[in-house]
Design a protein around this ligand. Sequence first.
Ligand SMILES: [Zn+2]
Length: 401
Amino acid sequence: MHPLMKHVHRLSVQIGPRGSGTPREAEAADWLVQRFKAMGYQASVNTFRTVGSFSYVQMFFFGGILAAFGLSFVHPLLGVLLALPLLVLYVLDVETRFSIAPYFAKRASQNIRAWREDDATSHIRITGDEERLDSIVIMAHYDSSRAALNFHPKMVKGFRSSFFLVFASLAAITFFLVLRSIPALAPWETPLTWASVPFAAYLVIVLLMLAHRELFCQYTPGANDNASGVAVMLGVAARLAKHPLPGLNVEFVATGAEEAGTFGCLDYIKQYGLEGKTFINLDNLGQGQLFAAEAEGIVRRYPADSDLLSQIQQVAQAKPALPIAIRPYRLLTTDATPILVRGGRAVSIMACAEDGSLPNWHWITDTSSHVEPQNLKLAEELVYRILQERGRVFHDTEATG
Ligand SMILES: [Zn+2]
């Protein structure tokens, strides 16, 4: 078995499904610490609180807006007073700017950071318009998601449309509540109420699906999402341990609880900040066309770091060329999303099917037999060559400066 596939096997078969904040996620964390230490890295564990999945937070918003619709029969203004703040909080949550999730967070999860002692003090100085320190953070989440009906192979293609239908329903119910609370529109009360009913009915269905998810669905083995990303991260770490790139300050971060709402990445940002760092996020690399995400975000479009993207393009075209596409990724958040939302520098490297979907995404078929060793090798080569390229920039500026 290829060494990178051994890591995928270890995480997705031997340890198995690693839900956010579960004992198996913690077991994977222990294994990662051992792996990094065996390669000669310093490693530390940062713990934080998380929820077990994002369902509860969504149920809070959808249930809350439905309750507002119910309250409006007591008094229309009461409905508005509940629905409006909920809608604003929901948008902030989708954008990873503010989340109510920490109030539900009862479980413990952890990030693993690894670095080499002799790298810790060396930074690349990039001279140009401004002089800044540069260190590279290679990130990959090691938890796995709970499956859900909306990720069923027959439904997952419509994931983005159903996301917007939910968003439209929340907004429409709130909008009709506002209209009903305006005294001048009192004659329209009945038709405005009826207009809300289809949207409310749709939210009830979504709520039932979320309840079904929590009651009956299992955590996936997470071979592609994201043992594949972790395996590539370990592969790059092993190569750097054997062939260090002078002057490069590289840090590896294996994040926990990404699937529950990027809790690991958000905790990293809180602890260490984004200043002077460029992030390469590895996620879902095991099957399909490798690509660098030029932008991400399911609602607003957040462009990835343009410097890093053009380096990826250069590296991909240099001989021997690597088959890496550059395309947007507009599904659920990755660990790079909260970084981009906060003005940080990041690019996600991923792989997708021809139609842009992620193979076996959040489904029980996300097993190691669906991970292509060739994809992992290519991704490892790409990341290593990006690091080489940044090391070269260092030597150039050293020589001229
Ligand atoms: Zn993932």
